[in-house]
Design a protein around this ligand. Sequence first.
Ligand SMILES: [Zn+2]
Length: 123
Amino acid sequence: MSCPDPNLVELKPMEKPDIEAYKRRLEAERKLLLAEIAQNEKPVDLGTDTEDPDEETDKSEEMGNQLAVAQDLKYRLDEIDVALSKIQTGKYGTCESCGKPIEKNVLDVDPESRLCKNCKLRA
Ligand SMILES: [Zn+2]
């Protein structure tokens, strides 16, 4: 006996066109992030030629900033990848904490959001 999966019938937090729009936004953002990461990862001269100690200090500071930026970019890339894989599995737009649909205005601001408004406030 084959009855339709109730989850498939009920779990329709969003109309399809919306998901497509978020998907396009996520993919565009992903591309930008990849470009930024590539830009950011251009090798900084690590100061192998140490003729000027002052300059070397500047460079290591620059490296530190660059690492922080790179970590942030990669974190955002991960979030986007998670959101995109959820679109593929049909779980996009569902709160990871309470399982309710994520509000549209939350996704409009933050398409890779994992949480609904309430859970975001509690987090
Ligand atoms: Zn929630």
